[in-house]
Write a protein that binds this ligand. Structure first.
Ligand code: FE2
Length: 291
């Protein structure tokens, strides 16, 4: 990735060749408009920003989120009583051998009619090691496909559903940390929605793959069995190391990622240690197709 214009209001260092930037020398609680505009430019360029050494109250975290756009609330996760725009993503030290939230490659809530634009995750307490978050650049994943595959995928849609957390998922053996308030039996999570497999950025015209292994179940007009070979190929193709970066958390770090064109994976390798993150979510738009 080549940097287009220099950044003058903070220090920025790319995290990897594919996506992600480390940012320091900035105070997110008191950004003037010019500095925020530069941060947005970095967000568009790198898709994932890892911003170090921030001291934010929950109110400041929400206020920062609102500068990116209106917040959205998740359909089945309990929000903090005193801060309804924040989800506490918590795993306690005594919770071993359970699945954590986000422990597979995904785009947050892709089964919504208007999936989120992005999320801001703030590290309140992190393990001494482990608990990293991986990200994958879905523009690069699309661009690396053959012309024949692109032509085939461009007009297709895929079905997304929140079934793992809705009525359909209740009998499934899905043990999630007790510290995440997941509200089961939410029929709206079972709803199916078709989104374009290739998502077009209406501003830049750039195309990104938009399927993920948690919520995408099949290709529109096909059975799950018929869809599986192609979807499995795309899930594996999209997360090859060359398209990814790895974010190693320290307490007081804040990350923001573009949920429209990057997937993420929360690594669950820190049994015995407590990890507490606060997440806010920026509302998005209905995905636009490439066809
Ligand atoms: Fe997630």
């Amino acid at each position: 990735m080549t940097q287009t214009q220099p950044y003058t209001r903070f220090e920025l260092r790319p995290m990897a060749g594919a996506l992600g930037a480390d940012i320091s020398g900035i105070d997110l609680a008191s950004l003037d408009d010019a500095a925020f505009a530069e941060l947005q430019r970095a967000f568009a360029e790198y898709l994932v920003l890892h911003i170090h050494d921030q001291h934010l109250t929950p109110e400041q975290h929400v206020a920062l989120t609102l500068r990116f756009g209106p917040t959205t609330r998740s359909p089945y996760i309990k929000h903090m009583d005193e801060h309804p725009d924040i989800i506490a993503v918590l795993k306690e030290a005594d919770e071993a051998r359970i699945s954590t939230f986000g422990n597979a490659w995904h785009s947050d809530f892709s089964f919504l009619e208007e999936p989120p634009l992005g999320s801001l995750l703030y590290a309140r307490e992190v393990p001494s090691h482990g608990g990293d978050t991986l990200f994958a650049n879905m523009y690069l994943a699309y661009e690396a496909l053959s012309d024949g595959m692109k032509r085939m995928l461009d007009p297709l849609k895929a079905i997304h559903t929140g079934k793992p957390y809705g009525v359909g998922g209740v009998s499934a053996d899905l043990r999630v940390s007790r510290s995440i308030g997941i509200e089961r039996n939410r029929p709206e999570a079972d709803r199916e929605i078709a989104h374009p497999i290739v998502r077009l950025d209406p501003v830049t015209g750039r195309k990104a793959l938009f399927v993920n292994s948690i919520y995408t179940t099949r290709i529109e007009g096909m059975t799950e069995a018929e869809s599986r070979p192609l979807l499995s190929f795309l899930f594996g193709h999209a997360v090859q190391p060359e398209f990814t970066c790895r974010l190693r958390w320290r307490t007081h770090d804040l990350a923001i990622w573009d949920n429209r064109c990057a997937m993420h994976y929360a690594v669950n390798d820190y049994d015995g240690q407590r990890r507490l993150m606060h997440r806010t979510t920026v509302a998005g738009e209905r995905p636009l197709g490439a066809a």
